[in-house]
Design a binder for this molecule. Structure first.
Ligand SMILES: Nc1ncnc2c1ncn2[C@@H]1O[C@H](COP(=O)(O)OP(=O)(O)OP(=O)(O)O)[C@@H](O)[C@H]1O
Ligand SMILES: [Mg+2]
Length: 504
């Protein structure tokens, strides 16, 4: 604990409120965060966590209330103001300049002012210090758009620290990280806090919150319902405050796959890029999990199965029919759907409504003649949106105004509407709150029980083990293990790591 009774809070929020087109998304929030504290912010999707962080980081302005940093009232109208006060926000969306190098991004503000050889050398030295402190492994010359998302986030953290941030606000930083990267980040957060940096952490992983934070605040429907020491809480008590009721967070037991269930999809000798010779089979009613480290070929394998990328070698069969030269069009007409990893780049049209997005994927089927059956379409979209519990104030609101978790649910709904026979899902619950997550798990298990074949990729080993009948482990693009339900977590992790060293 780093709370010091008589020092002014590093951050104090007083009576903060925010509305969007008449809808209140934050109401009269009062919050104190002590210097050097790790303060976690939790709540359901759409509760207002990101909105509060954006207000602190100057990305948006509150309609009412005031902010105080280190005891002094401040006016934060834009990110520059916040940074000048030592407050740095690392948002869910990311904020790097894609075409610039890591080093340029880290020292962007300064380079804009004075460019020069000596400055560049000083920056390089400072960069090396930051790398030493954080333990990150990032090449300063690499262009940031070539980096995996986890590394891009490290660049943002380096940039914040380079600016001497005293308050670091992180919006779901671990959602995009693999298990060992998560552990490293949490360790860094502890170290920053020990050095006096205040850390505000938004996360849907309650174990993580309870493990790293000193205090926790719960938002529900835009109101603060609790601000307390984490020592007084368990995941269950936090969920009760978040949702206002008990939630069963246990994984549903999947229905057994009948021994004579037909093979829905099989692949053999699948190869392209880093994917080597992958064989897999999934039967009707079966949920196959795919585990592996970042770079093990999980996403690539799904993309090959769907035909989003063309395999250079290998055979894919759907319902016993070999599909030569798999393409998204062919796989869709064979009843295969892929829910991709990135909702922004591959999944959703951000400027269009949920209705449009969800309907988009199945428009072709429903279109009879030149007219789309609007009413039928709306009913179908309503049903599937309810099934995944999309919470949106107005149906015609563009997807970009939805909270992160609700965007994820919209992406899922879009593909469910096609009622696929084989569902390929990449990170089904990334950014989804615990209650909605349990709901999605029940939904997937239910679909499988009705005969859908499911292949699911996730960075969360718990999710894979909880959800799947079998877990296939990939390492360096090769299948290195196929484990039945009930296999201990450590065994799966060990297979994913191989002999590459430490397991965290
Ligand atoms: N630009 C905007 N226009 C309209 N509504 C918005 C806008 N930005 C956010 N909202 C709404 O404000 C509410 C709170 O959103 P916010 O992003 O703060 O939720 P969150 O707690 O971060 O959720 P998640 O866990 O899903 O990230 C949501 O209902 C969202 O749809
Ligand atoms: Mg959010």
């Amino acid at each position: 604990m780093t709370r010091t009774g008589n020092r002014a809070p590093a951050v104090a929020v007083r009576g903060v409120g925010k509305r969007y087109s008449g809808v209140s998304v934050l109401r009269d929030v009062d919050l104190d965060i002590a210097p050097g504290e790790v303060h976690s912010l939790v709540g359901e999707n759409g509760a207002g966590k990101s909105t509060l962080l954006k207000i602190l980081g100057g990305a948006i302005r509150a309609d009412t209330g005031s902010l105080h940093f280190d005891g002094a009232p401040v006016s934060v109208g834009n990110p520059r103001d916040a940074i000048a006060h030592g407050v740095s926000l690392i948002s869910q969306e990311g904020a790097l300049v894609p075409v610039l190098s890591v080093l340029e991004n880290v020292f962007l503000a300064r380079w804009a002012n004075r460019l020069g050889f000596r400055q560049a050398r000083a920056d390089r030295r400072r960069f090396d210090e930051l790398i030493e402190f954080t333990g990150f492994d990032v090449d300063p010359r690499e262009r940031v758009d070539r980096l995996p998302i986890g590394t891009q986030q490290q660049v943002e953290i380096l940039r914040s620290l380079g600016r001497g941030a005293r308050v670091l606000a992180l919006d779901e930083p671990t959602a995009v990280l693999a298990e060992h990267e998560k552990a490293n980040l949490l360790e860094l957060i502890r170290r920053l806090s020990a050095n006096g940096t205040t850390v505000i952490l938004v996360s849907h992983f309650l174990d993580e919150v309870l493990g790293v934070a000193d205090r926790v605040t719960v938002l529900r429907d835009g109101s603060l319902v609790l601000s307390d020491d984490v020592a007084n809480h368990t995941p269950g008590s936090l969920v009760r405050h978040m949702v206002g009721r008990e939630v069963d967070m246990l994984y549903p037991e999947p229905a057994p796959v009948p021994p004579d269930a037909p093979v829905r999809l099989s692949a053999s000798g699948l190869r392209r890029g880093l994917v080597h010779d992958v064989d897999l089979t999934v039967r009707a009613g079966e949920i196959l999990g795919i585990a592996g480290l970042v770079g093990s070929g999980r996403t690539e394998t799904l993309r090959l199965l769907f035909g989003a990328d063309k395999a250079v070698d290998g055979v894919i069969e759907v319902d016993g029919t070999t599909i030569t030269s798999m393409s998204p069009r062919r796989s869709m007409s064979a009843g295969v759907a892929l829910v991709p990893e990135s909702r922004k780049e591959q999944g959703l049209v951000m400027a269009r409504s949920v209705q449009d997005n969800v309907a988009l994927a199945s428009l072709g089927e429903r279109r009879r003649g030149p007219f789309v059956h609007r009413a039928a379409e709306r009913t179908a979209v309503d049903n599937v949106s309810r099934a995944v519990d999309i919470r949106v104030a107005r149906k015609d609101a563009p997807v970009e105004t939805l909270s992160g978790g609700n965007q994820q649910k919209a992406l899922f709904a879009k593909w469910l509407l096609r009622s696929p026979r084989v569902l390929l899902i990449d990170e089904p619950t990334r950014g989804v709150d615990v209650a909605a997550k349990a709901q999605i798990h029940h939904l997937i298990t239910g679909l499988a029980a009705e005969g859908m074949a499911v292949i699911c990729v996730s960075s969360e080993i718990e999710e894979l083990l909880g959800l799947s009948h079998r877990v296939l482990v990939l390492r360096h693009g090769r299948a290195v293990g196929d484990f039945p339900r009930g296999t201990p977590r450590e065994v799966v992790i060990a297979a994913a790591f191989g002999d590459e060293g430490e397991i965290t």
